[in-house]
Write a protein that binds this ligand. Structure first.
Ligand code: ATP
Length: 361
Protein backbone atom coordinates (compact mmCIF):
# COMPACT_ATOMS: atom_id res chain seq x y z
CA UNK A 1 0.00 0.00 0.00
CA UNK A 2 1.70 3.18 -1.11
CA UNK A 3 -1.00 5.50 -2.39
CA UNK A 4 -0.48 9.18 -1.60
CA UNK A 5 -3.09 11.52 -0.21
CA UNK A 6 -2.28 15.22 -0.33
CA UNK A 7 -4.78 17.16 1.74
CA UNK A 8 -5.20 20.93 1.55
CA UNK A 9 -1.48 21.63 1.33
CA UNK A 10 -0.40 25.28 1.29
CA UNK A 11 3.11 26.68 1.30
CA UNK A 12 4.60 30.17 1.19
CA UNK A 13 8.21 31.29 0.97
CA UNK A 14 8.18 34.54 2.97
CA UNK A 15 5.26 36.56 1.61
CA UNK A 16 5.04 34.54 -1.61
CA UNK A 17 2.37 31.87 -1.70
CA UNK A 18 3.71 28.97 -3.80
CA UNK A 19 1.07 26.26 -3.22
CA UNK A 20 -2.52 27.20 -2.48
CA UNK A 21 -4.70 24.55 -0.86
CA UNK A 22 -3.63 21.61 -3.01
CA UNK A 23 -5.57 18.35 -2.61
CA UNK A 24 -4.75 15.29 -4.65
CA UNK A 25 -5.06 11.53 -4.36
CA UNK A 26 -2.53 9.26 -6.07
CA UNK A 27 -3.46 5.59 -6.19
CA UNK A 28 -1.26 2.69 -5.11
CA UNK A 29 1.24 1.89 -7.92
CA UNK A 30 0.09 4.84 -10.01
CA UNK A 31 2.57 6.88 -12.08
CA UNK A 32 1.63 10.55 -11.89
CA UNK A 33 3.39 13.48 -13.56
CA UNK A 34 3.33 17.01 -12.14
CA UNK A 35 3.45 19.17 -15.25
CA UNK A 36 3.55 22.94 -15.40
CA UNK A 37 5.57 25.98 -16.37
CA UNK A 38 8.68 27.00 -14.47
CA UNK A 39 7.90 28.37 -11.02
CA UNK A 40 4.40 26.84 -10.70
CA UNK A 41 5.34 24.99 -7.51
CA UNK A 42 5.68 21.40 -8.75
CA UNK A 43 9.16 20.82 -7.30
CA UNK A 44 8.09 22.36 -4.01
CA UNK A 45 5.16 19.95 -3.81
CA UNK A 46 7.46 17.01 -4.57
CA UNK A 47 9.92 18.14 -1.91
CA UNK A 48 7.10 18.49 0.62
CA UNK A 49 6.08 14.87 -0.08
CA UNK A 50 9.73 13.81 0.32
CA UNK A 51 10.08 15.74 3.57
CA UNK A 52 12.80 18.05 2.24
CA UNK A 53 10.49 21.03 2.58
CA UNK A 54 7.96 21.78 5.31
CA UNK A 55 4.33 22.65 4.62
CA UNK A 56 2.50 25.57 6.22
CA UNK A 57 -0.83 23.80 6.40
CA UNK A 58 -2.37 20.53 5.23
CA UNK A 59 -1.41 16.89 5.52
CA UNK A 60 0.45 14.25 3.52
CA UNK A 61 -0.48 10.58 3.88
CA UNK A 62 1.45 7.71 2.28
CA UNK A 63 0.01 4.21 2.38
CA UNK A 64 -2.65 5.38 4.81
CA UNK A 65 -0.06 6.75 7.27
CA UNK A 66 0.33 10.46 7.99
CA UNK A 67 3.93 11.38 7.15
CA UNK A 68 4.22 15.16 7.08
CA UNK A 69 5.62 15.19 10.60
CA UNK A 70 8.11 12.37 9.87
CA UNK A 71 11.77 12.75 8.86
CA UNK A 72 12.47 12.13 5.13
CA UNK A 73 14.13 8.78 5.86
CA UNK A 74 11.04 7.50 7.68
CA UNK A 75 8.59 8.20 4.87
CA UNK A 76 9.46 5.29 2.57
CA UNK A 77 10.23 7.56 -0.39
CA UNK A 78 13.29 7.82 -2.63
CA UNK A 79 14.03 10.94 -4.63
CA UNK A 80 15.94 11.07 -7.92
CA UNK A 81 17.29 14.51 -8.74
CA UNK A 82 17.89 16.25 -12.03
CA UNK A 83 21.58 16.76 -11.30
CA UNK A 84 22.18 13.10 -10.24
CA UNK A 85 23.84 14.25 -6.97
CA UNK A 86 26.43 11.42 -7.09
CA UNK A 87 29.54 11.44 -4.92
CA UNK A 88 32.41 11.91 -7.39
CA UNK A 89 35.06 10.10 -5.29
CA UNK A 90 32.94 6.97 -4.79
CA UNK A 91 32.43 4.08 -7.19
CA UNK A 92 29.03 3.35 -8.69
CA UNK A 93 28.54 0.51 -6.19
CA UNK A 94 29.47 2.74 -3.24
CA UNK A 95 27.21 5.52 -4.47
CA UNK A 96 24.36 3.06 -4.48
CA UNK A 97 25.28 1.55 -1.11
CA UNK A 98 25.87 4.85 0.68
CA UNK A 99 22.30 5.56 1.71
CA UNK A 100 21.83 2.02 3.05
CA UNK A 101 24.97 1.63 5.17
CA UNK A 102 23.63 3.48 8.20
CA UNK A 103 20.15 2.03 8.05
CA UNK A 104 20.89 -1.38 9.51
CA UNK A 105 20.66 -3.28 6.22
CA UNK A 106 23.20 -6.16 6.34
CA UNK A 107 26.21 -5.94 3.98
CA UNK A 108 25.23 -9.13 2.13
CA UNK A 109 21.75 -7.74 1.57
CA UNK A 110 23.22 -4.42 0.33
CA UNK A 111 25.36 -6.31 -2.18
CA UNK A 112 22.37 -8.33 -3.34
CA UNK A 113 20.24 -5.20 -3.84
CA UNK A 114 23.02 -3.42 -5.73
CA UNK A 115 23.46 -6.42 -8.03
CA UNK A 116 19.70 -6.56 -8.65
CA UNK A 117 19.50 -2.83 -9.38
CA UNK A 118 22.55 -3.02 -11.64
CA UNK A 119 20.95 -5.83 -13.58
CA UNK A 120 17.63 -3.96 -13.96
CA UNK A 121 19.45 -0.81 -15.11
CA UNK A 122 22.15 -2.58 -17.15
CA UNK A 123 24.93 -1.16 -15.01
CA UNK A 124 26.54 -4.58 -14.29
CA UNK A 125 29.87 -3.79 -15.90
CA UNK A 126 30.13 -0.32 -14.41
CA UNK A 127 29.95 -0.92 -10.67
CA UNK A 128 33.65 -0.23 -10.06
CA UNK A 129 33.74 3.00 -12.06
CA UNK A 130 33.54 6.51 -10.63
CA UNK A 131 30.90 9.01 -11.85
CA UNK A 132 33.55 10.92 -13.84
CA UNK A 133 33.99 7.81 -16.01
CA UNK A 134 30.30 7.59 -16.90
CA UNK A 135 28.11 9.20 -19.56
CA UNK A 136 25.21 11.43 -18.55
CA UNK A 137 22.71 8.65 -19.17
CA UNK A 138 24.74 6.17 -17.11
CA UNK A 139 25.00 8.69 -14.25
CA UNK A 140 21.25 9.11 -14.30
CA UNK A 141 20.82 5.34 -14.15
CA UNK A 142 23.12 5.19 -11.12
CA UNK A 143 20.98 7.88 -9.48
CA UNK A 144 17.90 5.76 -10.20
CA UNK A 145 19.75 2.66 -8.93
CA UNK A 146 20.50 4.44 -5.68
CA UNK A 147 16.77 4.98 -5.29
CA UNK A 148 15.89 1.39 -6.24
CA UNK A 149 18.17 -0.19 -3.61
CA UNK A 150 16.23 1.58 -0.88
CA UNK A 151 13.14 -0.49 -1.80
CA UNK A 152 11.00 2.61 -1.39
CA UNK A 153 7.20 2.60 -1.37
CA UNK A 154 7.27 5.70 -3.56
CA UNK A 155 9.71 6.98 -6.19
CA UNK A 156 9.90 10.73 -6.68
CA UNK A 157 11.64 11.96 -9.82
CA UNK A 158 12.57 15.64 -10.07
CA UNK A 159 13.14 16.37 -13.78
CA UNK A 160 15.39 13.29 -14.08
CA UNK A 161 15.88 13.56 -17.83
CA UNK A 162 16.42 17.25 -18.34
CA UNK A 163 20.22 17.11 -18.31
CA UNK A 164 20.35 14.55 -21.10
CA UNK A 165 20.68 15.31 -24.80
CA UNK A 166 17.69 14.68 -27.06
CA UNK A 167 18.54 11.12 -28.18
CA UNK A 168 19.55 9.95 -24.72
CA UNK A 169 16.53 11.60 -23.23
CA UNK A 170 14.27 9.59 -25.46
CA UNK A 171 16.07 6.33 -24.66
CA UNK A 172 16.11 7.00 -20.93
CA UNK A 173 12.41 7.89 -21.10
CA UNK A 174 11.76 4.47 -22.57
CA UNK A 175 13.94 2.87 -19.88
CA UNK A 176 11.97 4.68 -17.22
CA UNK A 177 8.72 3.36 -18.69
CA UNK A 178 10.11 -0.20 -18.71
CA UNK A 179 11.49 0.22 -15.20
CA UNK A 180 8.10 1.31 -14.04
CA UNK A 181 6.51 -1.87 -15.35
CA UNK A 182 9.12 -3.98 -13.56
CA UNK A 183 8.97 -2.15 -10.24
CA UNK A 184 5.20 -1.62 -9.90
CA UNK A 185 5.53 1.15 -7.34
CA UNK A 186 3.88 4.52 -6.91
CA UNK A 187 5.89 7.10 -8.83
CA UNK A 188 5.71 10.88 -9.21
CA UNK A 189 7.60 12.65 -11.96
CA UNK A 190 8.08 16.41 -11.94
CA UNK A 191 8.57 17.75 -15.43
CA UNK A 192 7.91 20.74 -17.63
CA UNK A 193 8.22 18.47 -20.68
CA UNK A 194 4.76 17.53 -21.86
CA UNK A 195 6.07 14.63 -23.98
CA UNK A 196 7.57 13.05 -20.87
CA UNK A 197 4.33 13.53 -18.97
CA UNK A 198 2.16 12.28 -21.83
CA UNK A 199 4.24 9.18 -22.53
CA UNK A 200 5.09 8.07 -18.99
CA UNK A 201 2.24 8.97 -16.69
CA UNK A 202 -1.03 7.20 -15.95
CA UNK A 203 -2.37 10.61 -14.94
CA UNK A 204 -1.06 14.13 -15.33
CA UNK A 205 -1.50 16.89 -12.77
CA UNK A 206 -1.27 20.19 -14.63
CA UNK A 207 -0.22 23.02 -12.32
CA UNK A 208 -0.05 26.78 -12.69
CA UNK A 209 -0.23 29.76 -10.39
CA UNK A 210 -0.02 27.76 -7.14
CA UNK A 211 -3.06 25.67 -8.13
CA UNK A 212 -3.88 22.38 -9.79
CA UNK A 213 -5.49 23.23 -13.13
CA UNK A 214 -6.51 19.72 -14.16
CA UNK A 215 -5.92 16.10 -13.22
CA UNK A 216 -6.54 13.47 -15.86
CA UNK A 217 -5.15 10.76 -18.10
CA UNK A 218 -2.84 12.09 -20.83
CA UNK A 219 -5.59 11.75 -23.45
CA UNK A 220 -8.14 13.41 -21.15
CA UNK A 221 -5.86 16.38 -20.76
CA UNK A 222 -5.22 16.52 -24.51
CA UNK A 223 -8.75 16.00 -25.79
CA UNK A 224 -10.76 17.60 -22.97
CA UNK A 225 -8.60 20.39 -21.51
CA UNK A 226 -10.37 21.87 -18.48
CA UNK A 227 -9.42 25.41 -19.34
CA UNK A 228 -7.70 27.63 -21.84
CA UNK A 229 -4.37 27.43 -20.01
CA UNK A 230 -4.23 23.61 -20.16
CA UNK A 231 -5.37 23.74 -23.80
CA UNK A 232 -2.52 26.07 -24.72
CA UNK A 233 0.14 24.41 -22.53
CA UNK A 234 -0.31 20.78 -23.56
CA UNK A 235 0.24 20.12 -27.25
CA UNK A 236 3.05 21.18 -29.55
CA UNK A 237 2.67 23.38 -31.47
CA UNK A 238 0.02 24.85 -29.17
CA UNK A 239 -3.69 24.89 -29.89
CA UNK A 240 -4.93 27.82 -31.99
CA UNK A 241 -7.21 29.90 -29.81
CA UNK A 242 -9.20 32.80 -31.22
CA UNK A 243 -12.13 35.01 -30.27
CA UNK A 244 -15.30 33.79 -31.90
CA UNK A 245 -19.02 34.50 -32.03
CA UNK A 246 -21.10 31.44 -31.14
CA UNK A 247 -24.56 30.57 -32.48
CA UNK A 248 -26.81 27.53 -32.19
CA UNK A 249 -27.11 25.18 -35.16
CA UNK A 250 -29.43 22.29 -34.35
CA UNK A 251 -28.24 22.05 -30.76
CA UNK A 252 -24.52 22.36 -31.56
CA UNK A 253 -22.35 25.47 -31.39
CA UNK A 254 -21.26 27.12 -34.59
CA UNK A 255 -18.34 29.50 -34.16
CA UNK A 256 -17.60 32.29 -36.56
CA UNK A 257 -13.92 32.94 -37.34
CA UNK A 258 -12.81 35.62 -39.82
CA UNK A 259 -16.36 35.65 -41.17
CA UNK A 260 -16.44 31.89 -41.77
CA UNK A 261 -18.69 29.49 -39.87
CA UNK A 262 -17.06 26.53 -38.11
CA UNK A 263 -19.67 23.93 -37.13
CA UNK A 264 -18.53 22.25 -33.92
CA UNK A 265 -19.77 19.17 -32.07
CA UNK A 266 -19.93 21.10 -28.81
CA UNK A 267 -23.49 20.82 -27.45
CA UNK A 268 -25.22 24.15 -26.82
CA UNK A 269 -26.95 22.56 -23.84
CA UNK A 270 -24.76 23.26 -20.86
CA UNK A 271 -22.97 26.28 -22.32
CA UNK A 272 -23.25 29.38 -20.13
CA UNK A 273 -25.17 32.39 -21.43
CA UNK A 274 -22.32 34.63 -22.52
CA UNK A 275 -21.12 36.26 -25.70
CA UNK A 276 -17.49 36.01 -24.62
CA UNK A 277 -16.15 32.92 -26.43
CA UNK A 278 -12.91 31.59 -27.77
CA UNK A 279 -12.63 28.79 -30.27
CA UNK A 280 -9.78 26.25 -29.86
CA UNK A 281 -8.43 24.29 -32.81
CA UNK A 282 -5.38 22.08 -32.61
CA UNK A 283 -3.06 22.47 -35.60
CA UNK A 284 -3.90 18.90 -36.69
CA UNK A 285 -7.56 19.97 -36.98
CA UNK A 286 -6.62 22.66 -39.53
CA UNK A 287 -5.26 21.29 -42.79
CA UNK A 288 -4.13 22.78 -46.06
CA UNK A 289 -6.77 21.96 -48.68
CA UNK A 290 -7.78 23.50 -52.02
CA UNK A 291 -11.41 23.14 -51.00
CA UNK A 292 -10.91 24.57 -47.50
CA UNK A 293 -13.28 27.27 -46.25
CA UNK A 294 -10.69 29.75 -44.92
CA UNK A 295 -8.38 31.72 -47.22
CA UNK A 296 -4.98 32.37 -45.60
CA UNK A 297 -1.52 33.67 -46.38
CA UNK A 298 1.51 31.53 -45.49
CA UNK A 299 3.94 33.35 -43.20
CA UNK A 300 6.30 30.52 -42.32
CA UNK A 301 6.75 26.84 -43.07
CA UNK A 302 8.40 24.19 -40.86
CA UNK A 303 9.16 20.93 -42.62
CA UNK A 304 9.42 18.23 -39.97
CA UNK A 305 9.66 15.27 -42.34
CA UNK A 306 6.58 13.29 -41.43
CA UNK A 307 4.41 16.45 -41.44
CA UNK A 308 4.71 20.13 -42.26
CA UNK A 309 3.64 22.94 -39.95
CA UNK A 310 2.25 25.93 -41.81
CA UNK A 311 2.01 29.26 -39.96
CA UNK A 312 -0.64 31.40 -41.65
CA UNK A 313 -2.61 34.62 -41.31
CA UNK A 314 -6.29 35.04 -42.19
CA UNK A 315 -7.75 38.11 -43.92
CA UNK A 316 -8.73 39.67 -40.58
CA UNK A 317 -5.20 39.26 -39.21
CA UNK A 318 -5.90 36.11 -37.16
CA UNK A 319 -2.81 33.89 -36.92
CA UNK A 320 -3.46 30.16 -37.47
CA UNK A 321 -1.07 27.21 -37.27
CA UNK A 322 -2.09 24.48 -39.70
CA UNK A 323 -0.69 21.12 -40.74
CA UNK A 324 0.11 19.73 -44.14
CA UNK A 325 1.49 16.38 -45.22
CA UNK A 326 5.22 15.68 -44.95
CA UNK A 327 5.97 16.39 -48.59
CA UNK A 328 4.26 19.76 -48.86
CA UNK A 329 4.41 22.21 -51.76
CA UNK A 330 3.38 25.13 -49.58
CA UNK A 331 5.89 27.99 -49.47
CA UNK A 332 6.18 31.29 -47.63
CA UNK A 333 4.03 34.02 -49.18
CA UNK A 334 1.56 31.58 -50.82
CA UNK A 335 -2.16 32.19 -50.62
CA UNK A 336 -3.78 28.91 -49.60
CA UNK A 337 -7.06 27.60 -48.19
CA UNK A 338 -7.47 25.91 -44.84
CA UNK A 339 -9.92 23.17 -44.02
CA UNK A 340 -11.12 23.21 -40.43
CA UNK A 341 -12.29 19.98 -38.79
CA UNK A 342 -14.94 21.60 -36.60
CA UNK A 343 -15.88 18.22 -35.10
CA UNK A 344 -12.67 18.40 -33.05
CA UNK A 345 -13.00 22.05 -32.05
CA UNK A 346 -13.10 23.26 -28.45
CA UNK A 347 -14.81 26.29 -26.93
CA UNK A 348 -13.69 28.35 -23.94
CA UNK A 349 -15.94 30.76 -22.07
CA UNK A 350 -15.01 34.16 -20.65
CA UNK A 351 -13.56 32.55 -17.51
CA UNK A 352 -11.46 30.22 -19.64
CA UNK A 353 -13.46 27.04 -18.91
CA UNK A 354 -13.34 24.44 -21.67
CA UNK A 355 -16.26 22.78 -23.52
CA UNK A 356 -15.63 19.91 -25.91
CA UNK A 357 -17.24 17.89 -28.64
CA UNK A 358 -19.77 15.45 -27.22
CA UNK A 359 -17.68 12.54 -28.51
CA UNK A 360 -14.22 13.95 -27.61
CA UNK A 361 -12.21 11.23 -25.86
P1 ATP B 1 10.96 24.74 -12.17
O1 ATP B 1 10.36 23.93 -13.27
O2 ATP B 1 11.60 25.99 -12.68
O3 ATP B 1 11.82 23.95 -11.25
P2 ATP B 1 8.77 24.58 -10.29
O4 ATP B 1 7.38 24.56 -10.81
O5 ATP B 1 9.33 23.29 -9.86
O6 ATP B 1 9.72 25.31 -11.31
P3 ATP B 1 9.31 25.48 -7.63
O7 ATP B 1 10.76 25.13 -7.67
O8 ATP B 1 8.42 24.62 -6.83
O9 ATP B 1 8.73 25.62 -9.10
O10 ATP B 1 9.19 26.98 -7.13
C1 ATP B 1 7.95 27.62 -6.96
C2 ATP B 1 8.18 29.05 -6.55
O11 ATP B 1 8.76 29.08 -5.26
C3 ATP B 1 9.12 29.81 -7.46
O12 ATP B 1 8.62 31.12 -7.61
C4 ATP B 1 10.43 29.80 -6.70
O13 ATP B 1 11.18 30.95 -7.02
C5 ATP B 1 9.99 29.81 -5.26
N1 ATP B 1 10.92 29.09 -4.37
C6 ATP B 1 11.28 27.79 -4.47
N2 ATP B 1 12.13 27.45 -3.47
C7 ATP B 1 12.30 28.56 -2.72
C8 ATP B 1 13.04 28.87 -1.53
N3 ATP B 1 13.78 27.94 -0.91
N4 ATP B 1 12.98 30.13 -1.07
C9 ATP B 1 12.22 31.08 -1.67
N5 ATP B 1 11.49 30.86 -2.77
C10 ATP B 1 11.52 29.63 -3.30
Amino acid sequence: MSGIDIRNVSKAFGQTLVLDDISLTIADDEFVAFLGPSGCGKTTLLRIIAGLETLDSGEIHIGGRRVDDLAPGARGVALVFQNYALYPHMTVADNMAFGLRNTGVKPAEITRRIEDAARILELDGLLARKPGELSGGQKQRVAIGRAIVKNPDVFLFDEPLSNLDAALRMRTRLELAQLRRRLKTTMILVTHDQVEAMTLADRIVVMKDRKVQQVGTPMDIYTRPANVFVAGFVGSPPMNIFRAAVTDTGGFATASVAGQAVATKVAMKGLPATSDWRLGLRPESVSVSETGQLPATVEFVERLGERTLVYTRLSDGTVVTAEDKGISRVAMGDTIRLHVDGARAHLFDGEGRGYHAVDAQ
